[in-house]
Write a protein that binds this ligand. Structure first.
Ligand code: IVH
Length: 758
């Protein structure tokens, strides 16, 4: 046998064993034997790289991380399915088909509906060439490199046809999902909500090596474009797919009429927890493929198939009590303690009640008889109460006003349904705090994963995250850490990684530190916004900006969300205030004053209030002291610009403007702009009012000088709202002070100053 023949034989042997293992779950050789086939092939390919073929098993995980995904057009489009929860509607579907197909006979196939991500696989002359996601049905992403890593998808099939497009679903097994989430948790990352999200997220990863580690699998149940091969029936096609080495739906019933379809649906419902994927219903398909074209499809779905969704499984039981758990982020979650009841294949004794609002909405009380349900693989939930069965003397639930773990203050942040313990030193939050502190977008101390964080806290080594900076590297390496589950861990060599990461952390920018502090309600985005105005941490600590934000919103008497276009709003206020000031009028509660800090409108009032509260807290004082002692004063990443969009630019005004010409000129000058009386090559913009003057206008056109309306002029300032040019102190000095009281002046601002605008 030649080397090439040997390589080809090894490839086909490995493919055969992959299929036996991954598709048929029926391995026939020992792992060691399989491994030796692999090593031999790898060695051969190393010596003779010219022998490597794209469908060699060694090529499943190859290539560099991608920059992004190329787009793929689906022909025919990848449609969805019309779905129903109602069996009556299925009978209507059958009647409709009879009406559409007079004189025809057909049967139906019932299959589980796999809850995953649709995929299209393309084979040319038997070789796998491309995989694409559904996307919007017309255009999807080319995810070939990622899909190649899925071992149950054959890289070549025994079919010489020019083109075979096979469609189906990529899913993550329930087991694989649970294992992945354990890893995510250990790494301190947010776990996936369900297997479907995990599968979708995995397919979108840009590094195929990363994808290869995700427990993905695929079931194929439909065709796309076929050239050189055809099938009479769906069942025949499924048989062929299987022969080619694909996984097909593990459960399939051929039904001669609707009564058999209904029986199949009943039977399948009993199996719903038996599959390794999550089933989110059943699919009923016409078996005779030649009828598909006759029936056609709507923009959304083929007329030859329907999805049927089962009602969520429910059970009735008694609510014994409501306990309140404090999560790692301080969120108080009410939990129903139930008389144990069996549901969806497991015994349920506890269910989440989500939050206080939900309990009140559904009026759930201790001692009630409640209905619980389980949607997919998620935590069971209490859906509602059987009011007729409510005993006398029940009382509405009240969320505890103090944290059940630390006795600290709890509160509901604006815009949140969750009640939180806001004590940053609450023991329930220690692990969570540390996890956040070391997480990638905070201080990125990767060597401390979820389990390590837990063990550090449990062992008492770290109470506050900043304690990390006091840990001795040598001690850390040898210290035996006991986790919550009693397991023992050591850092060993990883202690050095921790130390290195801590050194680097000292130099990370301000927003990362601000996020790392774990201030309730201040996520990563908020931290960036809040850090931007400041050069250093010290500057942030002593700022008045947060007070100014709240004062501003008080002054204009509006909530942030009531101001849809903040830029225009700001521009208008500055414009008017500037115009007023020019006429010698003054505003005591001048809302324009703080706007001249360009950051003011980026900060939401609730963020500002959170920061004010935090900065005033004992905890913050303590943290600042420690940071100072550690010599840590993070610096902002954001460049501090100066000037405004008008600075140094030359303007010419023409036509009738909404305000006296001189006030607008003053406004422009105040923003650093220069006023010219006639248009020249140097003119940056012509500000055009009504009935613009002929010469200026014509000349500007001839020189292609951009024109601005007043609104556009305003938006230039407001979109790039720099503080420096219009010194608020100077404005106040140059105008006379009215005698109005503070409240009156507020009225004045609201009624007259902003009157026609708001
Ligand atoms: S046949 C015309 N069969 O459900 C599309 N689809 O909600 C071909 N799905 O987009 C559909 N299991 O991604 C078919 N056994 C099955 C299925 C199935 C899951 C997905 C498919 C479709 C979605 C519609």
């Amino acid at each position: 046998m030649s080397v090439a023949e040997r390589a080809a034989w090894l490839r086909s042997e490995i493919a055969r064993h992959d299929r036996l293992y991954y598709v048929e779950a029926h391995p026939v050789i020992e792992d060691a034997e399989y491994d030796s086939l692999w090593s031999e092939l790898e060695a051969l390919e190393r010596e003779h790289p010219e022998l490597i073929t794209p469908d060699s098993p060694t090529q499943r995980v190859s290539g560099e991380p991608l920059e992004g995904f190329a787009k793929v057009r689906h022909d025919p489009p990848m449609r969805s399915l019309d779905k129903t929860y109602d069996r009556g509607e299925l009978n209507q579907f059958d009647s409709f088909l009879h009406q559409q197909l007079p004189g025809e006979t057909w049967d139906y196939v019932v299959e589980p509906k796999v809850d995953g991500v649709s995929i299209s696989l393309l084979y040319r002359k038997g070789h796998f060439v491309r995989a694409a996601t559904r996307g919007n049905g017309e255009i999807g992403d080319d995810v070939t490199a990622n899909v190649r890593t899925i071992r149950s998808i054959p890289l070549s099939i025994p079919c010489e046809a020019e083109l075979v497009e096979i469609r189906g679903e990529i899913y993550m097994t329930r087991e694989g999902f649970a294992a992945l989430n354990r890893l995510e948790d250990e790494a301190g990352r947010e776990p996936f909500a369900n297997p479907r999200n995990a599968a979708a997220g995995s397919l979108k990863l840009l590094d195929p090596r990363e994808v290869a580690r995700r427990p993905l699998d695929a079931v194929l149940y439909a065709s796309g474009s076929l050239q050189g091969v055809s099938f009479d029936t769906h069942t025949e096609m499924m048989r062929t797919f299987k022969q080619w080495g694909f996984k097909t739906p593990p459960w399939l019933r051929l039904c001669l009429d609707m009564s058999q379809v209904m029986e199949a649906l009943d039977e399948l419902e009993l199996q719903r927890h038996a599959f390794e994927f999550e089933m989110d219903g059943a699919v009923i398909k016409v078996n005779q493929r030649r009828l598909y074209a006759k029936l056609g499809s709507t923009a959304h779905a083929p007329r030859s198939a329907r999805a049927y969704k089962y009602a969520p499984e429910r059970a009735q039981t008694k609510l014994l009590g409501i306990t309140v758990q404090v999560g790692r982020t301080g969120v108080l979650t009410p939990v129903a303690e139930l008389v144990p009841v069996s549901l969806a294949g497991s015994v349920i004794a506890r269910a989440t009640l989500h939050n206080a609002d939900m309990i009140h909405e559904k009026d759930i009380r201790v001692n009630d008889t409640v209905i619980i349900s389980k949607h997919g693989d998620v935590i069971p939930a209490v859906d509602g109460v059987v009011h007729e069965l409510r005993p006398a003397g029940t009382v509405p639930f009240q969320m505890p006003s103090v944290c059940p773990v630390c006795g600290g203050e709890t509160m509901r942040l604006e815009g949140e349904v969750a009640t939180r313990c806001i004590n940053p030193e609450c023991p329930a939050q220690r692990v969570g705090h540390l996890e956040l502190f070391v997480s990638r977008n905070a201080l990125d101390i990767a060597a401390i994963g979820g389990k390590m964080a837990e063990a550090l806290v449990q062992s008492g080594l770290v109470i506050q995250p900043l304690d990390l900076f006091h840990l001795d590297c040598q001690k850390l390496a040898t210290f035996r850490l006991i986790a919550e589950d009693g397991s023992e861990r050591r850092f060993g060599k990883k202690a050095q990684d921790v130390q290195r990461a801590l050194v680097r952390a000292r130099t990370l920018p301000l927003h990362r530190w601000l996020f790392a502090l774990g201030i309730p309600g201040i996520g990563e985005t908020a931290a960036r916004i809040l850090a931007a105005p400041f050069k250093t941490f010290s500057e942030l600590k002593t700022t008045h900006l947060f007070h100014e934000v709240t004062l501003f919103y008080d002054a204009v008497g509006r909530r942030a969300e009531d101001i849809p276009n903040k830029e225009q709003f700001a521009g208008e206020i500055v414009y008017r205030a500037t115009a007023l000031a020019h006429r010698g009028l003054v505003l005591r509660d001048d809302p324009a004053r703080p706007i001249r800090d360009r950051f003011l409108l980026t900060i939401k009032p609730e963020m500002a209030r959170t920061m004010i509260r935090f900065l005033a807290s004992i905890y913050a004082t303590h943290v600042f002291e420690r940071l100072e002692a550690l010599g840590i004063n993070p610096v902002s990443e954001a460049p501090q610009e100066s000037g405004t969009a008008l600075t140094g630019k030359t303007f010419v005004l023409t036509g009738t403007l909404s305000r006296p010409r001189e006030s607008i000129e003053a406004f422009i000058r105040a923003q650093g702009g220069v006023i010219q009386n006639s248009v020249s090559k140097k003119t940056a913009y012509l500000v055009v009012g009504e009935n613009p003057g002929g010469t200026k206008y014509a000349k500007a056109q001839a020189l292609s000088i951009p024109q601005l309306t007043e609104a556009q002029l305003l938006s230039m300032i407001s979109e790039n709202n720099h503080p420096t040019e219009l010194n608020p102190e100077k404005v106040t000095e140059s105008v006379t002070t009215p005698t109005a009281t503070k409240t009156e002046s507020k009225q004045y601002i609201q009624d007259d100053f902003l009157g026609d605008f708001v």
